[in-house]
Write a protein that binds this ligand. Structure first.
Ligand code: PLP
Length: 442
């Protein structure tokens, strides 16, 4: 069922509007232009799933920033909690503040029981970087196994564990000890196997990689719960459970990077719940503050307690404003049961996207879970030649039609479908109508 009526998105004129254009020009003169490709829209304000630009145009948002605003843009409860915290105390470094205790207790209370401690930092990269440090500190070893296509951030250990060339190009050499192995990108299987019959052959490659590369100093494995930057690549069912068995059999530590997959995004509070995984360390970020910069490491106490006094800290980590945000975000997720909305509206959106795949010659694959889906564009469905140019064009066309989307992917050819988890069915249908119309204009 589709509704063809646009009710939220309203544009007047061609993008960028006059005020946006002026601001883009001023920006280019004052700040280095090194961010990724985005629609020519200068955001002014946003509420829930609706963004208004400085020219008064309104858009539906499939980006959530970059999978950040899980509870919706500027959720009133979050805004109120942050404003109240700001008025009281904004920073005190490592000295204790009550919001930090509240946030730590709240976070531990929603984690699987084996993860009984946490530690607050500021960015996702800081959290993954910390996980690498903890794995090394705990084991006294230095080799980290990670995956082709993985993205764990732009700081040095995070980048070295990453499996995308883009963030590394020009910054070599990367850290010694990074052993990278293929991730099950089944649409483009590196082994040319079929998921129905492969018996997860890519996991056998782990033993080969260790035999070929390890100096005997393996510390642990770091892997995203699904690969975000590589193009929302989800491992087939059972893959993670088998990976976890392998990690345990080798006596290694297991870090799951849930910087973008947690806080309801996949339809569970944490993506690890889908296969009852028990990682030793989990990196959290993005949705944990839903717009307020904060991140955390969740850990087995016996693992993170390897760190002694003064061994981990961060200037902004655990500040009272971010911590108030963490508490408010969890309260909203719990009271509004947003992971259930993610499942319900996500299923509706996926089924319509799959219908579009049948009709549109450029949609090669639609994949995802809850409210995180990737639409991979190709020039030809048989050859699967990636279509990054069409992806860029679609970003612009969709914005002009009132929908904000972004792209990711090993080839830059995957559209991110990741609206705030508060999206209603009506907003989902309206945004899908716009997306379908935009695909037809390629
Ligand atoms: C899975 C994952 N890990 C780590 C990061 C790095 O987070 P940040 O940009 O906050 O440093 C990202 C950011 O996109 C991410 O998607």
């Amino acid at each position: 069922m589709t509704s063809q009526t646009t009710t939220v998105a309203r544009l007047h004129g061609t993008l960028p509007g006059p005020r946006s254009r002026e601001l883009f020009e001023r920006w280019a003169k004052a700040e280095a232009q090194c961010t990724g490709y985005q629609a020519r829209v200068c955001w002014d304000r946003a509420q829930g799933v609706v963004v208004t630009d400085v020219d008064g145009n309104t858009f539906l948002d499939w980006t959530s920033g970059v999978l950040v605003t899980n509870v919706g843009h500027c959720h009133p409860h979050l805004v109120q909690a942050v404003q109240a915290a700001c008025a009281k105390l904004m920073n005190n470094y490592e000295c204790l503040n009550e919001p930090r205790v509240n946030a730590a207790e709240k976070l531990v209370s929603i984690l699987p029981p084996h993860l009984d401690k946490c530690f607050f930092l500021s960015t996702g990269s800081e959290a993954t970087e910390a996980c690498v440090r903890i794995m090394k500190r705990k084991t006294g070893k230095f080799e980290i196994i990670s995956f082709h296509g993985g993205f764990h951030g732009r700081t040095y250990a995070a980048l070295s564990s990453g499996g995308l060339a883009g963030p590394k190009k020009g910054y070599g050499p990367t850290l010694p000890g990074a052993i990278r192995v293929p991730f099950p990108y089944c649409y483009r299987c590196p082994f040319r196997a079929e998921p129905e019959t492969c018996d997860l052959l890519c996991l056998d490659y782990l033993d080969d990689a260790v035999r070929a590369n390890s100096t005997g100093s393996l510390a642990g494995v770091m892997v995203e719960a699904y690969q975000g930057s590589a193009g929302f690549v989800f491992a087939p069912p059972g893959w993670f459970a088998r990976l976890q068995e392998w990690i345990r059999a080798h006596g290694l530590l297991f870090t799951l990077d849930e910087v973008q997959s947690s806080f309801g995004r996949t339809g569970k509070l944490f993506a690890m719940e889908w296969e009852n995984l028990e990682p030793d360390l989990v990196a959290l970020g993005k949705g944990i503050g839903s717009g307020i910069p904060t991140s955390a490491v969740a850990a087995r106490g016996q693992v993170i307690d390897a760190l002694g006094e003064g061994e981990m800290s961060s200037t902004m980590g655990g500040n009272p404003v971010s911590c108030a945000a963490v508490v408010a975000v969890v309260e909203i997720l719990e009271s509004e049961k947003l992971e259930q909305n993610a499942l319900r509206v996500g299923a509706l959106m996926k089924s319509r996207l799959l219908e579009m795949k049948e009709k549109c010659p450029y949609v090669g694959d639609v994949r995802g879970l809850g409210l995180v889906m990737g639409v991979e564009l190709v020039k030809d469905k048989k050859t699967k030649e990636p279509a990054p140019d069409l992806t860029r064009k679609l970003i612009d066309v969709a914005a002009q039609n009132g929908l904000l989307i972004g792209s990711v992917g090993v080839f830059g050819s995957v559209i991110r479908v990741a609206p705030p988890l508060v999206i209603t069915e009506a907003e989902a249908h309206e945004s899908l109508d716009i997306f379908e119309k935009s695909l037809g204009m390629l």
